[in-house]
Every structure is written in structure tokens, then in C-alpha cells.
Ligand binder design. Structure first.
Ligand SMILES: [Zn+2]
Length: 252
């Protein structure tokens, strides 16, 4: 694996979003490459302070300086799309200031963060859209042996489907949705009168998923990766109960 490839995947590695051969290759590269290892170290160091850092304002010209520096570091082959890079660059500038990151690490974090926010917007829209329908499911069933096969031929992966009826989160069915430019499975659960949409799709390298919880427009959302699958649960259910739902799914 070369640095270029490794750098796209290194944040996913740090967030434990990689598995199998991919994980092994990235780990192997990072272990043998001082530059990539330094970037991985940056990612670890910044940890949870990332969220706070995104709100710090950077000097106006710093974004441009970072963009130029990154262009130099990557041999001039980085040509970010016109829309977006200014945002990334200013966020990257803030990250550099707060966390003392290298320009490359800050850039990757900023683009990842921005992609995460855009995913979060998609998730929220999909959830609200589902609530506006007569019902949030295309296949209504509490039997996972009915729900799981329904996805065959509709998706290129087999989403994990579990029934949590006994635990107070009955499975009510599923549907297809569109999130982050891909078709995804939404498995639909209920808690009393609250609909929980659980979006799942395979984790891949550089996936813009930051594990954690967030509150958006009155909804709680939880994000995590398990067994190579990205999970995104969203509901107007309170956070403690949504967290309980997550723990049950994780089998804890
Ligand atoms: Zn490297």
C-alpha cells in the first residue's frame, strides 16, 4: 500500500472502522511509514476535542495557505472540487490552530467532518420523510426471517436484522432509502409510539462516520460501526433509551 491510499484510510483505521485485509494493509503501512504514522498519531491525539475545535474561527487567509501547502505536500496533484474546498480549508485551519495538527491531517479531518455533517443531514431528511408517509416501512413485518430476505436483489449487501421485541423495541419492518449517495437499508423499530430508523450499510475505507451521539432538530441520533457495518439510529426517543437500543443491538 502507498501513502496516498493509506492516508485516505488512516482516519477510518483510528476510528476502528476497518476490518479484515483492508485493516491489515493500512496497519502494516502505518507501522512502516513515519509520515503516515505521524498522521495517525495526530488523529488519536485530537480525539474527542474535534467537535469543539470545529467552532473556532481561523484567520481569513489561513485556509488559502493550507490549501497551497497541501498542494505542495501532495506533489500538486490535489485539485479539490471548486465547491467545498473553501469550507474544508477554513475548518482545517481551525483544526490546525486548536490541535497543532499537520496540514495534511487537518485537511483530512476537515473533509471527513464535512462529509459526516452532510451524511447527518441525509439521515435526518430520510427519517423525517419516512414519518410523513402513511407508514415508515415498505415491508411491514416483525419477523426478521421475512425482513432480511426482502433486501435480496434490492441491495448489494445483506443488512443485519435483529428483533428486539422481547426487549421492548419491536421490529416493525424495513424499507430502502437513499443516504450519502447510496441505497441503504433502514430497519424500522418502535419504542412505545416512537419510530426508530436504523440505517445500516457496509463500512468502507475513508467512510465519513464519526461514532457518537448528536441531537438534530429535536431528534437524537447515534452512530457506530460494528462488524464492518455502519449503524445510524435516529428517533425522537430520548437519548438514554436510544442508547439502550444501541447496546441491545451490540449484544451488550
Ligand atoms: Zn505512508
Amino acid at each position: 500500500m502507498e501513502c496516498r491510499e493509506a492516508r485516505v484510510a488512516v482516519s477510518a483505521l483510528v476510528d476502528d472502522e476497518l476490518s479484515g485485509e483492508q485493516k491489515r494493509l493500512v496497519e502494516e503501512h502505518v507501522a512502516s511509514c513515519a509520515a503516515c504514522s505521524a498522521i495517525a498519531e495526530d488523529y488519536r491525539r485530537i480525539g474527542r476535542s474535534l467537535k469543539a475545535a470545529a467552532f473556532v474561527r481561523a484567520p481569513a487567509d489561513m485556509g488559502e495557505r493550507i490549501r497551497l501547502q497541501i498542494a505542495r505536500e501532495s506533489g500538486g496533484d490535489r485539485s479539490p472540487a471548486a465547491s467545498g474546498w473553501r469550507t474544508y480549508a477554513s475548518q482545517a485551519a481551525a483544526l490546525m490552530l486548536v490541535a497543532g495538527l499537520s496540514a495534511s491531517a487537518a485537511w483530512h479531518l476537515a473533509t471527513k467532518r464535512s462529509a459526516h455533517n452532510s451524511l447527518q443531514g441525509d439521515i435526518l431528511s430520510a427519517h423525517v420523510r419516512s414519518l410523513l408517509q402513511d407508514r415508515p416501512t415498505q415491508i411491514a413485518s416483525s419477523d426478521r426471517h421475512t425482513v432480511k430476505p426482502w433486501f435480496i436483489g434490492r441491495l448489494d449487501y445483506a443488512p443485519p436484522v435483529r428483533d428486539l421485541t422481547a426487549e421492548g423495541f419491536p421490529l416493525t419492518g424495513a424499507r430502502l432509502d437513499f443516504v450519502g449517495d447510496r441505497r441503504v437499508a433502514s430497519i424500522v423499530y418502535m419504542r412505545r409510539q416512537h419510530v426508530i430508523n436504523l440505517f445500516v450499510w457496509p463500512a468502507d475505507a475513508g467512510a465519513a462516520v464519526e461514532p457518537g451521539s448528536s441531537a438534530v432538530k429535536g431528534y437524537n441520533a447515534l452512530t457506530w460501526t460494528a462488524d464492518g457495518v455502519v449503524h445510524w439510529a435516529i428517533s425522537d426517543l430520548n437519548l438514554p433509551e436510544l442508547t439502550q437500543f444501541q447496546s441491545l443491538l451490540a449484544g451488550r
